[in-house]
Design a protein around this ligand. Structure first.
Ligand SMILES: Nc1ncnc2c1ncn2[C@@H]1O[C@H](COP(=O)(O)OP(=O)(O)OP(=O)(O)O)[C@@H](O)[C@H]1O
Ligand SMILES: [Mg+2]
Length: 221
């Protein structure tokens, strides 16, 4: 079984095709990195997988199911890029920010219950960031904020993590630290990883497979 299967995927915003017959798989247990120049369509590809955009033609399968029939997005944890601009949008603590992603499990008053907070604690522990539970999100450093974003994606026990340029603006030491954490989740917690990055020098050390998006197609990295 494949976690993600993309076949002959075609997409355009206007008349120019951004993705022109893109095909690749994410196998169970994979740690796949997609690289490509600015504007090559990497984020677009992620948005198609998240159903934020609708493909023009081709096929996307998630856990062997056509994307049109798939709706259990708790199985796919999405880690968007954090920057200072969107960080300010969250004047809440790490704990409160992460627990919000468990909204499907909230009680009848639409509030998180004890179990929800326990889950958040457990995830922060796995990620070794218990010290960030009560820190306001907008006071975190780039690397810390990125880890809390992972916690947010992890809280529903996803099978896949999708990450869009997670290490941009993070210093070298924190970058390696962050990638090590991803490799750990991949290895020990059996989470498949699809990551977009162009920082291949560090990434290669941790990811298992690399491909490149070029002129709307996938080529070997
Ligand atoms: N909402 C939109 N409407 C029209 N064109 C768009 C839209 N979003 C992106 N594009 C265009 O589609 C192309 C691919 O954009 P995308 O964001 O997927 O690239 P990317 O590979 O993620 O780039 P980067 O490395 O800079 O993040 C670009 O030429 C971009 O200008
Ligand atoms: Mg992008």
């Amino acid at each position: 079984m494949k976690d993600i299967e993309v076949k002959d995927l075609v997409f355009s915003y206007g008349k120019d095709e951004i993705l022109n017959k893109v095909s690749f798989d994410l196998n169970k247990g994979d740690f796949l990195t997609i690289q490509g120049e600015n504007g090559s369509g990497k984020s677009t590809l992620i948005k198609l997988i998240l159903k934020d955009l609708k493909k023009k033609s081709g096929q996307i399968k998630l856990f062997d199911q056509n994307i049109e029939d798939f709706d259990d997005y708790t199985k796919i944890g999405y880690v968007p890029q954090v920057n200072d601009a969107n960080k300010l949008a969250f004047p809440v603590t790490g704990k409160e920010f992460v627990v919000l992603n468990l909204y499907k499990k909230f009680n009848i008053f639409n509030r998180p219950n004890k179990k929800c907070y326990k889950k958040v604690h457990d995830i922060f522990e796995i990620l070794n960031i218990e010290n960030l539970l009560n820190v306001p999100f907008n006071q975190l450093s780039g690397g810390q904020a990125q880890k809390v974003m992972i916690a947010r994606a992890m809280v529903n026990d996803p099978k896949i993590l999708l990450l869009d340029e997670p290490t941009v603006g993070v210093d070298e030491k924190s970058k390696r630290d962050f990638l090590k954490l991803l490799a750990h989740l991949n290895d020990k917690h059996k989470i498949s990883i699809l990551m977009i990055s162009h920082e291949m020098d560090v990434v290669r050390e941790f990811s298992k497979r690399e491909i490149r998006l070029k002129n709307g197609r996938i080529v070997d990295a």
